[in-house]
Design a protein around this ligand. Structure first.
Ligand code: PHE
Length: 335
């Protein structure tokens, strides 16, 4: 009776306590077995009665064991049955491309469709490829147009101020015609503000062949801005000066924000400047060993930040480099 009570009071809450119970009561060295061992000490006339009590107790102990076992199994079954494998999985967060990369890729893909290929070059450059070969000899006043970071170890080395160095390197290879676009990071010692930074990104382009004209340049750039900003965009060219092109021009596009009505982006002029361009100066061709009587070419260069700001209506250039995820996450859908 005491054992019955003990068993009834047991709490079996897992496989470990069930096994403990089995060992204590039902195993070969368990209590049930040892009670049966007591049979030989029972007087013959009481054996029958004692046996009946024992058998009933054994059955009770075994039934208890089976019941517990079953309820434990069904509990763990429920655990597996409870998982619905058709539910959608936990979402994996997807990153986003940087807006500068998005716009760079878009610019490059437009020019690729026109037959341009992509060429890249070093960010640490020597004086020749960044300046002298581009018709900016030492002490040329136009060097002051771009405030340059020089390397303190050797003043002949600098951080390139534009990606035109890649154009020189391609021309020096001597394989003509040339039709390339050069994306890359450039550096200028400018005060950091909403409109300027000490580094930014450019895409420049160069086309050299026989009989390349300013009309080719205009039509190519017109196609380019229409692809980038839509068919309604207008362009205009203003005469300008670069030492490496002659004639030189700056190209404006009609302001997309106010449609000519006047806003802060176009400073109420209806036009925004987006690139510099011109016909490659004959001296630059000669500097790279190209016969300027036979070949002509055009070149252009634009800042990616400025175009990205226009395209996505971003008003502070510093947003591109502070890595604020609240800003960057807005471009997730644009991958
Ligand atoms: N290299 C010029 C700049 O960085 C841009 C440019 C390229 C202008 C080619 C004319 C022709 O400002």
């Amino acid at each position: 009776e005491a054992y019955r009570e003990e068993i009834s009071g047991l709490e079996i809450n897992g496989p470990a306590s069930l096994e403990e119970y089995r060992l204590k009561f039902l195993s070969t060295k368990g209590i049930v077995k040892s009670l049966f061992g007591e049979m030989r000490n029972i007087p013959a006339d009481q054996k029958k009665e004692f046996g009946a009590v024992l058998n009933a107790f054994k059955q009770f102990a075994e039934e208890k064991y089976e019941n517990w076992k079953q309820s434990l199994e069904s509990q763990s079954d429920q655990g597996t049955v409870g998982v619905d494998y058709t539910l959608p999985g936990d979402p994996l967060p997807v990153g986003s491309r940087h807006p500068i990369s998005l716009v760079r890729n878009e610019i490059l893909s437009i020019f690729r469709r026109l037959g341009f290929s992509v060429a890249e070059g070093p960010e640490i450059e020597d004086d020749w490829h960044n300046f002298s070969a581009l018709n900016l000899p030492e002490n040329h006043p136009a060097r002051d147009m771009q405030d340059t970071f020089y390397l303190s170890q050797n003043p002949d080395w600098l951080l390139r101020t534009h990606t035109s160095n890649v154009q020189i390197r391609e021309m020096e290879k001597g394989k003509l015609p040339i039709r390339i676009v050069n994306p890359g990071r450039v550096y200028r010692n400018e005060t950091i503000s909403a409109r300027a930074h000490c580094f930014f990104h450019q895409v420049e382009g160069l086309y050299i062949d026989e009989q390349v004209s300013f009309a080719d340049l205009k039509q190519t750039l017109y196609f380019f801005v229409q692809e980038l900003f839509g068919k309604d965009v207008k362009i205009r060219f203003r005469p300008s000066y670069f030492p490496f092109t002659e004639p030189s021009a700056e190209m404006d596009i009609s302001c997309l924000l106010c449609n000519g009505k006047g806003c802060n982006v176009c400073k109420h002029t209806g036009w925004v400047e987006i690139l510099g361009c011109g016909m490659v100066h004959p001296q630059v061709l000669e500097n790279c060993g190209i016969d300027s009587n036979k070949y002509t070419g055009y070149a252009f260069g634009m800042g990616i930040e400025r175009i990205t700001m226009l395209k996505y209506q971003i008003n502070d250039l510093r947003l591109f480099s502070v890595n604020d995820v609240r800003f960057l996450q807005q471009f997730t859908a644009s991958i």
